[in-house]
Design a protein around this ligand. Sequence first.
Ligand code: XMP
Length: 318
Amino acid sequence: NWKLTNYIDKTVEEIREKVGNQKVILGLSGGVDSSVAAVLIHKAIGDQLTCIFVDTGLLRKDEDVKVMQNYGEHFNMNIKLVDAKERFLSKLAGIDDPEAKRKIIGNEFIYVFDEESHKIEGAKFLAQGTIYPDVIESQSVNGPSAVIKSHHNVGGLPEDMEFELLEPLRELFKDEVRKVGEELGIPHHLVHRHPFPGPGLGIRILGAVDAEKVKILQEADDIFIEELYKNDLYDKVSQAFVVLLPVKSVGVMGDERTYEYTAVVRSANTIDFMTATWSRLPYEFLDTVSSRIINEVRGINRVAYDISSKPPATIEWE
Ligand code: XMP
């Protein structure tokens, strides 16, 4: 595709010109936008780019290992993996209000990122995977969407940082970002990942978050996502995940009575994420997911499927 190749060549040139022989840092989340931005910038300036990947402890199962493999090893990028799991969990201990959790996670992310970015000597530029819809959104100060979205994107960093911004995807729509990503050699499944909220599993564990619940949710969510891929359903839904309720119910396992948590399987179909319907996933498929979660994840003995549309429900549960 000559238009894409053109775009990439042109942008690579612009990045080289702007950056010169200076250093660039970038917060890599493993999501589509930051990953495509990272690979594009890396193509332009190689080891002058250092990515900072913060493991908040609220990411999906093995996300740290996968990011290091997919981008560190495969693309040979410099990635600083920051294990901040304890930090986030201790700050979140006992906090059950969704907005309070969001605030804590967002602030902590900025502290950690700020600290780490200062350890990279002589960094002059801060690169971000800002795309065109983000630019538009941040310009509309009025209207409910500005309020609703103000807490989104924990990756957004304060403007008072002393770095110069580098945002090579600023003019692109999401589907164009994906195409650029694929053209750069990022595998299909990585550029077509569902969106994942900044606060991560912190808002998919209802109420207070702790290490045990994170582990349980990661296992259950991983099974659901794996089954979606296996059954060719992942690309047919817009966003899919598991939610862990802090509610225990009675079950039976062998001849023992159990008293464990409830998992909710959520899958939404949407175009703009402002309205959504629940995915009409096949019963057989849901049966497999439910059996696997209950049999394989200790701590869950009941699975429910969320059949609420947005509005009036939201896609996430918090
Ligand atoms: P809701 O739950 O409002 O979600 O229907 C709409 C989309 O926004 C995502 N979302 C968030 N993303 N930080 C984010 O970065 C957040 O706090 C947050 N809350 C919701 C949600 O995953 C869905 O894609």
